[in-house]
Design a protein around this ligand. Structure first.
Ligand code: MG
Ligand code: MG
Length: 294
């Protein structure tokens, strides 16, 4: 099988630039998450992320993105049944909500794309389990981002983990190549068969993003023409990292800079490390060979 024509292999120098973009994007998500509480508007959440991009001289990959009309914000903030592409605005978060924040930063010409789902205050055990399963599905997927595997291995890892936990994966939206453009080839569905698809090569960069529904996998687009929600109104969650395949294993490009101060690393531990390993929180390599940092 030949490599897809549109897949862009990145050089080491290009990966280093993508890593810089990824650090900024991670900080933007942490800033957004850190203000979330009962009563805060989704526009405020967006503003917190936008400020981080501005301070670092990064541009938004989302603002003005073509669609039914140019996307009007720096993040997407999707609440409860909203899965992706929620437009930030006057809506106020309330205790018990779960919120998915997706952000894209452009730095030195390269895009970083990552997302996270968190609860507002106390959330239901079911909502917490959804968040945990979706986050772990991302790490199951990242672990397959290895030379010699195929994109179908990424898809199968997400689907198998999510469905084994009694939830469903989205059908209409996919993980995707990322680089100078936010959406490059290949498209990688959240479902599929191991061993199929394109071979994973060193320098491939994919924004891996499990999108998970507690109910039926069907979605609908809300009247604002951007927001995608579950058709049945059940809770959804979304996690995403931009990840490179390297000779040494998967390299997560969108974790925080490990040289950040302790307070930020604690948040990193809480929101980005998942359940892979405590060592991950410090930005060091793990015995699974997933590269976090530098
Ligand atoms: Mg994204
Ligand atoms: Mg994406």
């Amino acid at each position: 099988m030949s490599q897809g024509r549109g897949v862009v292999i990145k050089s080491e120098r290009e990966l280093a630039l993508m890593r810089e973009a990824g650090k900024i994007n991670a900080q933007a998500l942490v800033a957004a998450v850190s203000i979330i509480r009962d009563g805060v508007s989704t526009a405020d959440v967006d503003g917190a992320a936008a400020e981080v991009l501005r301070v670092h001289g990064a541009e938004s990959a989302f603002l003005g993105y073509p669609g039914p009309y140019p996307y009007p914000a720096v993040t997407t903030v999707s609440v409860n049944d909203e899965l992706v592409h929620g437009i930030p605005g006057k809506r106020r978060l309330k205790e018990g909500d779960i919120v998915s924040i997706d952000c894209g930063a452009i730095f030195e010409g390269f895009v970083a794309d990552s997302a996270i789902t968190v609860g507002v205050g106390e959330i239901s055990p079911e909502a917490q389990r959804l968040i945990d399963v979706t986050q772990q599905a991302l790490f199951e997927c990242i672990d397959k981002m290895r030379i010699g595997n195929r994109t179908g291995d990424l898809s199968a890892a997400v689907q198998m983990y999510v469905e084994a936990n009694g939830f469903n994966v989205v059908r209409e939206y996919t993980s995707h190549g990322v680089g100078r453009n936010m959406h490059e080839d290949p498209q990688v569905p959240n479902y599929g068969k191991a061993g199929r698809g394109l071979p994973i090569r060193a320098g491939m960069t994919i924004a891996l993003e499990p999108m998970v529904l507690t109910g039926e996998p069907d979605t609908r687009v809300l009247p604002d023409q951007w927001t995608v929600a579950s058709r049945d109104g059940q809770l959804t969650a979304h996690f995403e990292h931009s990840v490179a395949a390297t000779l040494n294993g998967p390299w997560i490009l969108t974790t925080l800079d490990k040289n950040l101060d302790e307070e930020r690393l604690i948040r990193y531990n809480q929101y980005f490390a998942g359940r892979v390993s405590p060592a991950v929180a410090k930005g060091v390599d793990t015995d699974e060979g997933i590269i976090f940092g530098p």
